[in-house]
Write a protein that binds this ligand. Sequence first.
Ligand code: FA5
Length: 333
Amino acid sequence: MLEKLHTLQAEAETAILETNDITALRDLKVKYLGKKGELTSILRGMGGLPAEERPQMGKVANEVRGVIESLLIDRETALEEAELEERLQLEKLDVTLPGISQEIGTAHPLNSMIEKIEDIFIGMGFGVAEGPEVETDQYNFEALNLPKEHPARDMQDSFYINPEMLLRTHTSSVQIRTLEAKKGEAPVRIICPGKVYRRDDDDATHSHQFTQIEGLVVDQNVSMSELNGVLFAFAQKMFGAGIEMRLRPSFFPFTEPSVEVDIYHPEKGWIEILGAGMVHPDVLARVGYDPEVYTGFAFGVGVERIAILKYDIDDIRQLYTNDLRFLDQFKSV
Ligand code: FA5
């Protein structure tokens, strides 16, 4: 029996040390130490031994159980460690690798410029109005003292959809829509940003589609000097206190007197940014404002021109080509 026990121990040791798999190791535990296992079946034979040999045999059997148990535990620990090590190798994470960066979009410089201009005028008490881009000939021209065949229509070569509808050539059409809606009430103090379209030849400072922000103030005692003051305050807020601005006499059929306003740029020289003037009395009268009581001024700012000056852009067309190398420069603006 003693020999059987030692053979069992030796056999179990070899089997345990050769096992490379935790499940097989658990099977070995059952095989050697389980209720129906080999050690148990040897111990069952103890009944046939003389009484004086039994304690000795019991002691050896317990030692053999102890040895097999500790062999099983050691092997299990070793196999678990090996498995962990293998997993760590496979899932190795190199924290020094550069991350995968995600491109984050930002507002287009033209849109952020519209917002900047809006903020400045809102700060001066203006509200924001809107009007349609597909406009009637009536609102775009007729109501602004530009009857058909008027030579000043040539200043704004147009995209007609049919004889009565066109893509608006300026945001001044919103002046009429706003005054009509106000039905003779004062004060009126609005700006209107939007896209406008002209059959202009594209060059560094002209685009066939561009953005204007119209301004309109109508009330009693509105004067040209207030127009001058509002525009200069705008220029200073946009370009800084030292900016140079000049008003040149001009002509628009819907304002009298009319001016064009230029801003000085050290390299580009004087750049025209807007047209403006005192709202023509006929325009006011046609939409129900008595020109003897009310006066008004209006202006139309070219947003791209402001952006060109503010950000030192050499060509207006860059604002429309969606070249990311160009747009990326405005991420923090
Ligand atoms: C007008 O459009 C008038 N409606 C402005 C106005 C409003 C006058 C209210 C009086 C009262 P003008 O055609 O000059 O005016 O255009 C106004 C501004 O738009 C110009 O000063 C310029 O800054 C810009 N602009 C004109 N044409 C283009 C173009 N093709 N591309 C980019 N900007 C332009």
